[in-house]
Write a protein that binds this ligand. Sequence first.
Ligand code: BDR
Ligand code: CA
Length: 309
Amino acid sequence: PIPLILDCDPGHDDVFAIWLAAGDPAIDLRAITTVGGNGRLSHTTYNARVVTELAGITGVPISPGAESPLVRLLTPAESIHGDNALGGPRLPVPAREADPRTAIELIRDTLDASAEPVTIVATGPLTNIAMFVRLHPDRLSRIRQVVWMGGSTGRGNITPYAEFNSWTDPEAAAIVLGSGLPFTMIGLNVTHQVLATREVVAGIGAIGNRTAAFGVELLHFFNATYETDQGMPEGPLHDPVAVALVARPGLVTTVRARLDIELHGTETAGATSVDLLGKLGREPNADVATGIDVEAFWKLLEKAIRALA
Ligand code: BDR
Ligand code: CA
């Protein structure tokens, strides 16, 4: 199995990323780190503890990272994820504590303990990963690749051109991209293809375990807020797509392209510029997702949830 660190800000769709990473036999989930994003760090960390314990995931340390973006102020995505970043279900009080190490320390120790390079999947703002890059440049060779849910080849969701994770901490995204680490971007152009339709929600409900029942409650809330906030009655399950790309190469198709992050735009800060036509004449620096086998994705996710508690 592929050793993996999941850096996330749960968040409804982050929860499914956690469950996919823990439930899929192709992945060896070694650590979870949290970041301020969809909610304040205290909420995203608490939520990670809740949903791992609920799903019976043991032996995976969870460490809190950055409270806020490198330069900008955090604006949690309350209109989508609610006041606590995980609106909808009643959250059971988790018995297990977070790991005493910081996210940066946990990433460092996880890399050091691994015989082979470790993949980092990031499903929130890239603040923690950027800090790691800056603090531990000597350890970057121990990272196989960074796979990030963020950005878009086209429209945005938090502004007309910027996607939320990219808009929240564009400076961090630019640092990670500039580090030379192999980088894959999975943006809204692909994640908006995996919608929590009535059939999808029913399929997850039919799994019949406690994790699935909690997941259905999450999706009901998520679909309702997506309808009011984004005019999409079926919410897109962005984050698990990044895990699926690692678990099943080929399920998500990518192209090599030049990717740049807009840091200074008056209307476009956080926009991802993806040069699909090669017009800029700059060296390609990223794999950018362009397509997904939607059926195979839902099958993979259902199978993983079935393997949990
Ligand atoms: C991204 O922003 C968050 O709201 C989601 O969890 C996802 O990571 C989608 O733009
Ligand atoms: Ca997220």
